[in-house]
Every structure is written in structure tokens, then in C-alpha cells.
Design a protein around this ligand. Structure first.
Ligand code: SF4
Ligand code: SF4
Length: 62
């Protein structure tokens, strides 16, 4: 699968909704950015897509 953050839309660590809600901790804060740290752990649950306030996340099954 692929989990991609569009940084033109992401509000960064002051949002962090995806970091706080992904049940398998795919996202993490690194410095002033939220990054996809464990893409291969994604279960395609789509919770992050639902909670992201700016529609910055794209999750695709390959
Ligand atoms: S939920 Fe969306 S806007 Fe918020 S940190 Fe994650 S990708 Fe960025
Ligand atoms: S789809 Fe689910 S498991 Fe995958 S990154 Fe988003 S919240 Fe995490």
C-alpha cells in the first residue's frame, strides 16, 4: 500500500490528528513535520483519511 501526505495541505504537528488516531502508528512527528514512518504497517482502515481536516492524506492499496 502507499500512504502519502500532501505537504501543501498538511497543517503539521499542531494538527497531528493522523498521528493520534492511526491505530497502528503509521505516522509520527519528526521535527516540525508529520511523516509517514511505518507505511508497511498500514491496514487500510482509512481512519486517517476520515480525520484529516484538510484532506491531505491519500491511502492506496497497490
Ligand atoms: S491529519 Fe492531515 S493535516 Fe493533520 S497532521 Fe495529519 S496529514 Fe497533516
Ligand atoms: S489507513 Fe488506517 S492504518 Fe493506514 S495509515 Fe491510515 S489510519 Fe493508519
Amino acid at each position: 500500500m502507499s500512504v502519502v501526505i500532501d505537504y501543501d495541505k498538511c497543517k503539521g504537528p499542531e494538527c497531528a490528528e493522523c498521528v493520534n488516531t492511526c491505530p497502528v502508528e503509521v505516522f509520527e512527528i519528526q521535527g516540525n513535520k508529520v511523516v509517514v514512518a511505518r507505511e508497511s504497517d498500514c491496514t487500510l482502515c482509512m481512519v486517517c483519511v476520515d480525520v484529516c481536516p484538510t484532506n491531505a492524506i491519500t491511502v492506496k492499496e497497490d
